[in-house]
Design a protein around this ligand. Sequence first.
Ligand code: 5AD
Ligand code: SF4
Length: 457
Amino acid sequence: MRFVNSYSDKIKKYVIENNLTYTIDTMGCQMNENDSNKYSGILESMGFKRENNEKKSNLILFNTCCVRENAENTLFGRLGYLKNRRLKEENVFLVVVGCMTQQKHILEKIKISYPFVDIVLGTSAMSIFPQKLYDAILNHKKSIEYIDIGNEIEEEVPIIYEDKYKASVSIIYGCNNFCSYCIVPYVRGRERSRRPEDILKDIKTLAKNGYKEIMLLGQNVNSYGNDFKDIDYNFSDLLQDVEKIEGIEIIRFMSPHPKDFKDDVIEVIKNSKKIARQIHLPLQSGSTNILKQMNRKYSKEQYLEIVEKLKKADPSISFSTDIIVGFPNETEEEFLETLDVVKKVQFDQIYMFIYSKRKGTRAATIEDKVTAEEKVERLERLKKLYEKMLPDLNKKLIGNKYKVLVEGKSKNNENFFTGRTSQNKVVIFKAEKEDIGKIKDVKITSEHLWYLKGEIV
Ligand code: 5AD
Ligand code: SF4
């Protein structure tokens, strides 16, 4: 479906005359970040100016996440805080979009306790956002209702990236995996791959506009293309076609699922000059028994085998991962299996989470005997192990030379510029303003746990 904003002219006059501004508050993953860029695109096409300050903005849009429980509390806290402004000031509008809105109990709670919200929109309803906005702003008509996740893909939605040199591009929406702890398949629907020609067109336009780095996004990127009925085209085909696009120098993707990480993709990575030497490979748990209960469909050994194959394809590849500690009834031995995988793989980056019970998922029905204290303690032990490993990993990089996209001035250190190595390590170095957006050879000179220092050579 091609996105058409037939409301933009009707509303623009009012928005511009009243100088209306917006702020987007994004929770959760990169898919949400990408959706927020689209909401920015739609709002700016209707005349809104970005403010990035809730207190001063006319329209505040919350793009929500429901993967873990704490995000819910954050949303309701923020809405409560904005209630007075919404009710007392003219031209203040509140919008809630994203994963939480696809849960009926959340919608009920908004209706009952936060009825001053103007618009609630589901996860695949951008095409009706302009009309809802028009109704809210010009007709004072609210819209807090459940919207089914359709099968349609909305193409040509205007998009505004905050960054000038790197951009993320969604390639597949939804998820079919139903990992037993995860709410995503319920709130994002079934897998829907974008047509390759649409994706490639977007990336070619980005390249023409000076973008150098592309992140291909999906809940499970390596099931890309499984739903095509008329063409035989999968993730490795897409990677090879993106590689051919002139101007794009760095290709990243997130997230692949270990169960679908097939040899053809490893071969493409091996032969690629552009695919980053960093693979994000969500582990979740190192225990085969827990993985089985998580419905992950791979064992500890199979996970390690993929890592080995990738390391063999290119020893410079580094790994990042997601780990959940404290899955219901996880034993000490099972947790130690996770630590064992962490030691074996030597992850460069670990996103660590304590298991959070999500209503409606299979794991939520399991009676859990592990205490909250034990879970926190396991998280601490995982953190400690990681922080102990990291300096040694970093030290191995000293003296090496990497191609680094100069992203801009370092936020924490005025005298330095910042970028990332192919392995996604943050590196700061002296450079000139003119170097921003260019790829430079940087030699690593020292390590500082969360970043490296280097010099352009
Ligand atoms: N509890 C804790 N972490 C979760 N994740 C997904 N669902 C849950 C949950 N119920 C984590 C997984 C996933 C990441 C995006 O969030 O590690 O890879
Ligand atoms: Fe959730 Fe599993 Fe799908 Fe990832 S692959 S989004 S963890 S169900």
